[in-house]
Write a protein that binds this ligand. Structure first.
Ligand SMILES: *[C@@H]1O[C@H](CO)[C@@H](O)[C@H](O)[C@H]1NC(C)=O
Ligand SMILES: *[C@@H]1O[C@H](CO)[C@@H](O)[C@H](O)[C@H]1NC(C)=O
Ligand SMILES: *[C@@H]1O[C@H](CO)[C@@H](O)[C@H](O)[C@H]1NC(C)=O
Ligand SMILES: *[C@@H]1O[C@H](CO)[C@@H](O)[C@H](O)[C@H]1NC(C)=O
Ligand SMILES: *[C@@H]1O[C@H](CO)[C@@H](O)[C@H](O)[C@H]1NC(C)=O
Ligand SMILES: *[C@@H]1O[C@H](CO)[C@@H](O)[C@H](O)[C@H]1NC(C)=O
Length: 365
């Protein structure tokens, strides 16, 4: 091993040089803002960097984890990585307490279990890491009213707590959200909303949904409207963000169930009961665009849902890669499994599943 020895003077001189260098770097221009990365492309467009988060229209996947082709409770055909690659920017999910572990299930974990929240968020984290100029929202339905600390534990385990945006107060008007550029620059690109039991004082980045966002009706089986359906009574609906539930269900034994057979038309840019039609209706009625548009089987329509959002945002719709083909790969790589019922026959012949869920007493699509 070679050895080095320095005189006291040499050490003092080099230490001084290093201190000067470092302080020059740090203090060179104290009047300038800190050396933040300045995003020039935000969510796919340079035009969106200066736009407030509350002034952008995002497409969301309703029950994003409910992937599978042979399950009447499935609402999506593709896994969340594919959803995100294709342009989904809000992931909605139902969280349940399954023997003390948070699982993402549809109605009940015995009917459709999309796996643990931790596995799901690990995928989300990997995608965010690979896509540093994207702002993403989560919308958690806290089905078993678990405390925010339970979610905080999982977010910390996967490293998403530090990527999460904490607002300055528990509710923000549409115009008070930071710009996409600043969310990206500060590395807090994940915005998480929860429908019940959020607590700003314990976990500020798990944001209460209904004091920030109101929703139109869900489980629609006829036609979509734009009336305030779910909100917090104290929330100013005229100046808060809003979400449209744009997934058309069909009645199976009197219960609403996802219906891919209508999805091409439901997701379309124009036509009766299309996303474009509800979008225009809402924009006219509310005087501004919806912030979030939740859809089922998002790829039906061949990208039409993203086209509606791009037009809303005043940007050109030009997907980098072709979006997934309607129908999906759910049958070959299902992420959803059923623990007590095997759903290995066609979606529409599985009416007994519905009977089972009615017996369960908690039908909640
Ligand atoms: C997600 O789906 C895509 C195909 O759409 C597939 O290539 C990929 O392997 C899937 N990822 C996981 C984790 O299953
Ligand atoms: C979650 O479920 C387990 C039993 O499965 C129960 O012991 C625990 O108290 C539940 N947690 C909450 C917060 O309700
Ligand atoms: C929400 O919509 C459903 C379905 O249209 C309706 O039955 C319910 O009364 C509505 N609730 C409110 C508060 O508007
Ligand atoms: C939806 O449209 C695609 C082509 O864009 C077509 O292949 C598919 O059969 C249609 N599905 C239904 C249920 O109409
Ligand atoms: C964003 O602002 C523009 C211009 O005021 C408005 O037309 C649009 O509706 C807003 N979008 C949302 C989602 O608030
Ligand atoms: C359920 O169906 C799958 C095929 O979809 C099969 O591989 C599996 O063995 C079945 N499980 C049970 C318990 O029957």
């Amino acid at each position: 091993m070679p050895s080095f020895s320095f005189t006291r003077a040499q050490v003092a001189l080099s230490t001084f040089a290093m201190i000067s260098l470092v302080s020059n770097l740090v203090y060179a221009s104290p009047t300038e803002s800190p050396p933040l990365r300045r995003a020039t492309i935000c969510n796919g467009s340079p035009d969106l960097c200066s736009r407030g988060f509350g002034n952008v229209t995002f497409v969301g996947a309703h029950d994003s984890y409910a992937v599978g082709t042979n399950n009447i409770f499935a609402t999506q055909d593709y896994n969340i990585t594919q959803q995100l690659n294709d342009g989904i920017r809000m992931l909605q999910m139902q969280a349940h307490n399954s023997s003390g572990v948070i699982h993402l299930c549809h109605t009940s974990c015995s009917l459709l279990d999309g796996g643990t929240l931790q596995a799901y968020l690990t995928t989300v984290k990997a995608w965010l890491d690979a896509n540093p100029n994207e702002v993403l929202s989560l919308l958690i339905v806290n089905s078993d009213t678990l405390p925010p600390s339970s979610y905080d534990t999982v977010f910390k385990a996967v490293g998403l707590d530090t990527m999460s945006y904490s607002p300055p107060s528990s509710s923000l008007l549409e115009s008070n959200w930071p710009t996409l550029g600043s969310l990206i620059d500060s590395g807090t690109r994940l915005i998480t909303f929860m429908d019940s039991n959020a607590n700003f004082n314990s976990v500020p980045y798990i944001i209460d949904e209904f004091t920030n966002i109101w929703e139109t009706a869900y489980d629609v089986t006829t036609s979509f409207d734009c009336n305030v359906n779910r909100s917090n009574a104290n929330t100013p609906t005229a100046t808060s963000m809003y979400l449209i539930n744009h997934f058309l269900d069909t009645l199976v034994l009197g219960q609403p169930a996802p219906d891919p057979s209508q999805a091409n038309q439901t997701n379309a840019v124009t036509g009766s009961n299309s996303l474009g039609e509800q979008f225009s209706l809402c924009t006219g009625q509310q005087g501004r665009n919806p912030n979030f548009m939740l859809v089922d089987f998002y790829e039906y329509g061949g990208g039409s849902v993203f086209e509606v959002a791009a037009t809303a945002n005043g940007v050109t719709y030009s997907p980098a890669t072709p979006i997934a083909t309607p129908g999906g790969t759910g049958s070959t790589s299902p992420s959803a499994t059923s623990s007590s019922l095997n759903l290995s026959f066609s979606r529409w012949s599985s009416v007994w599943v519905v009977i089972g869920s009615i017996a369960f007493g908690a039908f909640y699509i």
